[in-house]
Each structure stands twice: as structure tokens, then as C-alpha cells.
Design a protein. Structure first.
Length: 400
């Protein structure tokens, strides 16, 4: 049976809000009249989002909703009507149900930002704070357009970094699978053939056969150990100290560390610049930015800067002392503070580092491709040569 929410006026003029479970809207009106209440607003309460297999919400879907919302608000549509249109045309059930809940909350008297806050998986803290600033300043349509642009650029940055990881990951996975197949299925065939030779095998051949025998006899334990080790490492990384060590190590990794640092700086500067230009306070903006940095080293540096600002200092100096940011970045931030154009300077830094990420991705792929070919070719080729050494020895003995 559906649940209806209502607001009604008493005989004395007081407003009452509650909900009741009845078959139809007409039954709600009857229910209220029996209690001498005058109906003001009656709505069916949105159904709770059901748990289970649900379609994942992509960033692109949030971007589209945000742009459409901004266009309707800019065109003069009332807030509730714009939300209702968004809910009707949403193709993702998760998005549709979330917006329907937002409509209900807004009609119940809550602000849009407060209603969005109840759906953190769709609308991040950054999203909510910017909407709140837009509502307070009367520039909600402008803020929503900025949000859509920010989300698009953030998604593009994430695609670049993931794209840099996909190629090495695929090549490495295929190579490992090929090596395992050789050790489990091909090497034993050679081993059976060599057993009939009745002669001592070369050292490389014995090593490869030994590895093959070990893998055949212990593959289950190795699999369990790898899974268990992976879980332990994942749990360790989830701790603050483990995450800090892991992120610091990643930043020091040749080639990859440079890419991660540049991507983190681009994300930090664009997020903070967008927040500041939207009217969010510097302290709140730094806290939100630290949470979305994606790297513990950057997070700690930003939070240190926030503490310094709370104590009356500048942003640039703590960032410089942290060592996580290049001198150019801290110097440009310092100039932005002195000229009163910090948000504009941060966006310029973000644009620069977006281009730097492109260059870093290209450089990483150019360096990894030959390196992986050489390493994997050496391993697989070495195994093949080791298996043919006894055959070469027999041929030489027969010819001699």
C-alpha cells in the first residue's frame, strides 16, 4: 500500500506535516477531514530504493543531469518542476529514484543542497557545497554549469590515467598467463621426452623443469597465498599509515610517480579553484579538496595548509614545505593570493597540468612498451632456449 505525505492546517491555523498509509489520494483527504484538518499539500512518498543488483551511475550521467538542470533553471523553470522533468527523463533507475526523493524533500521544505546530501553516491560533498553556495547567492544555474564543466574535466583526467594503466596491465596479464601455460602444460611434455634420453640435463633446463614441477604440485597453495596476500595488502593500504606509505612509494616510482603527481595536482587545483570561484569558503574548500585528492601525501599537505590558514598564515608556504608540490605550483599560488585572484590562478595551474598529464601518459607508454617487450621476451625466450638445449646437445653428440 502506498504511503502519502501531507501538510494540513488545523482550525487554529497551525500547520501539521505527517504521513499516512492509505490506498489513494482521495482516502488521504477523507482521513484529514475526519480530523478537522484542511489539506494543503498531499503527495505520494517515493518508494525506497531497493537493494540488490542495480545499474552503476556513471560520472557522464551525473554531468548530463547537471547540465540539463542548469539549462532549465536558467530558462526560468521553477526548481521543483525542473527536478520532476529530470526524474521523468532519467534512464537510469538509480538516478530517477534519487531525484524523486530530492523532489519530495524540496517540496517538504528542505533546501536543494540538504536534499542532495542524502545521496552521497550520486552527489559528492563538493557537489552539495557548490549547490549550497549557488542557492545562497542566487546563481544556481551558473554554479550548475561550472559543476558540469568540472565533472567533465575530472572524468577526462581520470580516463587519461586509467588509459595509461590499461595497456601495461593487459600486456602483463597476457604474458603471465602465457608463462603459466608453458610451465603447466608445455614443459611437462619436454620433461617426459628428456627422461628417455638418459643423460644429464643442462642447468637452465633443470631450473625450468624444477619451477614447472613446483608450480604443478603447489598451484592451489600459491593461488590461496596470492589471494590472501592481496587481501592483507589491501587491508594495510586502507589504514592511514599504510595508505601514506603506499602513496609516497607510488610518487617516488620512476615515470609512474610523475604521472600520479601531475594528475593529483591537476585534480587539487581544479577542485579548489572551482569551489572558491563558486563562493565556498577557503577553509571548507581545502577540506573538501583534501578528501578528493586521491593521494594521502597530497591530502596531508592540503590539510596542513588548511591548519596554517586557520592560524593566519598563507596557503603557499605550507604547501611548499610539504615537498609534495613543485616550486612553480606554490609560487603561482602565492602570486594568486597576493593579487586576490587565487581561484583564477588555480584554474590556470589545472589547465597546465592537464596538458602535462597528456605528455606524461605518452612518455610512460613509450617507455613501458619496449621495456616490457624486452623483459617478457627474455623470460619466455629463455624458457624456450632452456628446453632446446638438451636437443642441441644430442645433435652435436651425434654429429661428433
Amino acid at each position: 500500500m502506498p504511503v502519502f505525505t501531507y501538510s494540513a492546517r488545523t482550525v487554529g491555523g497551525e500547520i501539521q506535516r505527517d504521513e499516512v498509509e492509505v490506498p489513494t489520494r482521495a482516502d488521504v483527504v477523507k482521513y484529514l477531514r475526519k480530523r478537522r484538518l484542511i489539506p494543503i499539500n498531499v503527495r505520494e512518498k517515493p518508494k525506497q530504493i531497493r537493494l540488490g543488483l542495480r545499474r552503476k551511475v556513471k560520472t557522464r550521467e551525473v554531468v548530463v543531469v547537471t547540465r540539463q538542470f542548469a539549462t532549465m533553471i536558467n530558462a526560468g523553470l521553477p526548481l521543483v518542476q525542473a527536478l520532476q522533468i529530470l526524474a521523468r527523463q532519467a534512464t537510469n533507475p538509480t538516478v530517477r529514484e534519487a531525484i524523486e526523493k530530492v523532489v519530495y524533500e524540496v517540496e517538504s521544505g528542505r533546501t536543494l543542497a540538504d536534499a542532495l546530501k542524502d545521496h552521497p553516491k550520486l552527489f559528492s560533498q563538493l557537489f552539495v557545497n557548490m549547490v549550497s553556495a549557488g542557492e545562497a547567492g542566487g546563481i544556481l544555474d551558473t554554479i550548475l554549469l561550472r559543476l558540469a564543466t568540472f565533472l567533465e574535466k575530472s572524468e577526462a583526467l581520470g580516463r587519461k590515467v586509467k588509459g595509461a594503466m590499461i595497456y601495461p596491465g593487459v600486456v602483463l596479464s597476457v604474458a603471465v598467463a602465457a608463462i603459466i601455460i608453458l610451465l603447466l602444460f608445455v614443459i611437462p611434455t619436454f620433461q617426459t621426452m628428456f627422461a628417455s634420453f638418459n643423460q644429464e640435463l643442462p642447468l637452465p633446463t633443470r631450473i625450468v623443469i624444477g619451477v614447472s614441477e613446483f608450480l604443478q604440485g603447489n598451484w592451489l597453495w600459491l593461488l590461496i597465498g596470492a589471494a590472501g596476500g592481496g587481501l592483507l595488502v589491501q587491508r594495510w593500504i586502507s589504514t592511514p599509515s599504510g595508505r601514506l606509505v603506499f602513496d609516497r612509494t607510488m610518487l617516488r616510482t620512476p615515470l609512474l610517480g610523475s604521472l600520479i603527481r601531475k594528475a593529483s595536482i591537476a585534480r587539487f587545483t581544479r577542485t579548489l579553484g572551482t569551489l572558491l570561484s563558486s563562493g565556498v569558503s577557503i577553509l571548507e574548500g581545502l577540506e573538501i579538496t583534501a578528501r578528493t585528492a586521491g593521494n594521502r601525501v597530497i591530502h596531508d599537505a592540503v590539510m596542513g595548509s588548511r591548519a596554517a590558514i586557520a592560524g593566519g598564515e598563507s596557503i603557499a608556504e605550507p604547501l611548499r614545505e610539504s615537498g609534495a608540490f613543485p616550486p612553480m605550483v606554490t609560487q603561482m599560488i602565492n602570486v594568486g593570493e597576493e593579487t586576490g585572484d587565487l581561484d583564477g590562478m588555480l584554474n590556470k595551474i589545472a589547465d597546465f597540468y592537464d596538458d602535462e598529464v597528456d605528455v606524461a601518459v605518452e612518455s610512460l607508454l613509450k617507455a613501458l612498451e619496449p621495456a616490457m617487450i624486452v623483459i617478457l621476451g627474455t623470460i619466455v625466450g629463455g624458457m624456450i632456449v632452456a628446453m632446446y638445449l638438451p636437443i642441441f646437445g644430442m645433435v652435436s653428440a651425434i654429429q661428433g
